[in-house]
Ligand binder design. Structure first.
Ligand code: DX5
Ligand code: ZN
Length: 226
């Protein structure tokens, strides 16, 4: 039995002016998680949402809010996001080399699930210590585009990192994010990804439920064949 499929529409592609109804729409279409892209305009050249928006959305849903922190100082966000009701807190390894142990411990102490993400150019070896440490992260998010914007083209060369991770850690949650949709899911699922973030392919579809169900089916099939 492999890891379970989690399909996480990226709310970055939603209508932010109608966030609660967009969240309900995705959940009714079969989403497992809601992926929330938090940016600071510094780690990435874009600015999106922060803890106040998570807090507002939390009042409208009990769903798992999978927060992806594209920020330079993730430690500053732990307490506010914990209070706001975030579920997962995934920080970037590129900015956490010195303090990831403290970060993971703080994230857990606020009742959130810690994850680590890496940009396409960052070697996979950099996350090994965070998975193998005494207080490990529980998910690795392999970026399949440069972080910052939705609607970019999937980078197939990032799949080698997913393959390496899956071979080494058979039960780890491995998330992929960027350019995922019906035309790229096969390669990601075969490499071993089980948590699939999808923004434009889901929100841009006339039938988002069909896209979500296809993504799930492909992950489940790949897991059965592994
Ligand atoms: C990009 C974000 C993604 C983005 C994915 O920096 O981390 O979550 O919303 O969007 P698509 O699926 O359109 O590439
Ligand atoms: Zn993301």
């Amino acid at each position: 039995m492999g890891v379970s499929a989690k399909i996480a529409p990226s709310m970055l592609s939603s209508d932010f002016a109608n966030l609660a109804s967009e969240a309900h729409r995705m959940l009714s279409c079969g989403a497992d998680w809601l992926h929330m892209d938090i940016m600071d305009g510094h780690f990435v050249p874009n600015l999106t949402i922060g803890a106040p928006v998570i807090q507002s959305l939390r009042k409208h849903t009990t769903a798992y809010l999978d927060c992806h922190l594209m920020v330079t100082n993730p430690l500053d966000y732990v307490e506010p996001l914990g209070k706001a009701g975030a579920s997962g807190f995934t920080f970037h390894v590129e900015v956490s080399k010195e303090n990831w142990q403290e970060l993971v411990q703080q994230i857990k102490s606020k009742g959130m699930r810690p994850g680590v993400s890496l940009k396409p150019g960052t070697p996979i070896e950099e996350v090994f210590p965070l998975i193998e440490g005494e207080n490990p992260v529980e998910m690795v998010l392999v970026m399949t585009v440069e972080p910052g914007f939705g609607g970019q083209k999937f980078m197939p060369e990032t799949m080698e990192k997913v393959r390496v991770l899956r071979k080494k850690y058979p039960t780890l949650d491995i998330e992929v994010d960027g350019g995922l949709g019906p035309s790229t899911i096969d390669v990601a699922a075969a490499a071993g990804a089980n948590c699939i973030v999808a923004g434009s392919s889901v929100f841009g579809a006339s039938e988002p439920a069909q896209v979500i169900s296809l993504l799930r089916k492909k992950v489940e099939e790949a897991q059965q064949n592994s």
